[in-house]
Design a protein around this ligand. Structure first.
Ligand code: NPQ
Ligand code: MG
Length: 373
């Protein structure tokens, strides 16, 4: 595959409703998209999941764009191996430390172009075994418990199969107890702290044990694997890691240390869909179930997440919601919708298997730059 052009495009999309986590409130998304065009005129798309501000992880949209322009693209375009293949992208960029979300976006675009050119779906390429995946929804920290109950009721009405509540110190046992009380023991329920607690909060977190949660996600800081291992021994509820799992090796380490019993897989956090598959494989080999995380992606990133979630060890519902959970109008021509049983179809066309809505994309674009080899 010969690259003819790389486009970096910034898009601003307002969210349907503000999304509050322990690290901040998100009103809209300022997204960086990568579009590669091959010499044969085949396009490939990648979505960078970095946030506007470096609050979830060190990366942020503006920084990712600088890193891609100044450090990643020059290396990629100078790769002696021609034609360029997606499996060469990671090695070509490895000398640059960190910046997994920037690297993942670039690899995703090259992979999409390569698969579109050869007529293979991303799910098929990765080794997906199911054509539909169960949809979960991530529910932000609310103004009040009644407001939270209304929001959750709406999502259950929509048909979501699993609910994840964002928690932080001061918003944990009370909202969880209220949701359990209102919606019953059958509701698949889990919580995500985004690293907002310390080991000193172990007794508070242990109070969540009585609510039959599927898991507690990332209670402690990203680099505190030992703390998670200590905490895991004080809880009955399984611990799941998100921010801490930065690679397949990190996943293997966390599992070996007893720091988690379940893993959240996000391609952006681990540097791409190829490394995400390796995280899946490491966990599968250790009998650790995984699920697909989400970063409020547009249809471009969501299509790739659906393909990833089709792999066999993705046995828990992911943070993969329908388009209308996030956007009034998505960037793909066909929105992702929940089917009657709360599942979303995995695209089966070549590459990402979606068509980008170019008119809408142009309307919400705030900046574009082009690069050629
Ligand atoms: C998580 N996602 O699992 C993340 C957190 C998150 C769906 O809960 C911009 C940048 C917006 C980073 C929104 C969900 C974000 C973001 C959510 C991270 O921890
Ligand atoms: Mg998380």
């Amino acid at each position: 595959m010969k690259l003819a052009e790389v486009e970096l495009r910034r898009v601003r999309l307002p969210l349907m409703t503000p999304f509050r986590t322990s690290f901040g409130v998100q009103l809209d998304r300022d997204i960086l998209l990568v579009r590669v065009t091959t010499a044969d005129g085949v396009e490939g798309w990648g979505e960078c999941v970095a946030g506007t501000d470096p609050l979830y992880s060190p990366e942020f949209t503006e920084g990712a764009q600088v890193v891609i322009r100044e450090h990643l693209l020059p290396r990629l375009l100078a790769t002696p191996e021609r034609p360029l293949a997606a499996h060469r992208v990671g090695p070509a960029l490895a000398a640059v430390k960190g910046h997994p979300m920037a690297k993942a976006a670039l690899e995703a675009a090259v992979l999409d172009a390569e698969l579109r050119a050869s007529g293979v779906s991303l799910a098929g390429f990765l080794g997906g075994v199911r054509g539909r995946v169960a949809a979960g929804v991530s529910v932000g920290i609310a103004e009040s418990v009644p407001a939270l109950l209304d929001t959750v009721a709406g999502y259950l009405d929509d048909g979501y199969r699993r609910v994840k509540l964002k928690i932080e110190p001061g918003w944990d046992v009370t909202p969880v107890a209220a949701v359990r009380e209102r919606f019953g023991d059958q509701l698949a329920l889990q919580v995500d702290a985004n690293a907002a607690y310390g080991l000193a909060d172990a007794r508070q977190l242990a109070e969540l044990d009585e609510f039959g949660l599927l898991l507690i996600e990332q209670p402690l800081p990203e680099d505190d694997l030992r703390g998670h291992a200590v905490l895991a021994r004080q809880l009955r509820t399984p611990l799941c890691l998100d921010e801490s799992i930065t690679s397949a090796r990190a996943a293997a380490d966390a599992i070996a240390l007893g720091a988690c019993q379940i893993v959240n897989v996000k391609a952006g956090r681990v540097g791409g869909y190829l490394e995400a598959r390796r995280v899946h494989d490491v966990c599968a080999a250790q009998g650790v179930p995984v699920w697909c995380g989400g970063m409020l992606e547009t249809g471009i990133g969501r299509a790739a997440n659906l393909a990833l979630a089709a792999l066999p060890n993705f046995t828990l519902p992911g943070d993969i919601s329908a388009s209308d959970r996030y956007w009034r109008r998505d960037l793909s021509t066909e929105p992702f919708v929940l089917e009657d049983d709360g599942c979303i179809r995995v695209p089966d066309g070549p590459g990402l298997g979606i068509t980008v809505d170019q008119d809408w994309l142009d309307e919400v674009t705030t900046a574009v730059e082009h690069h050629a080899p």
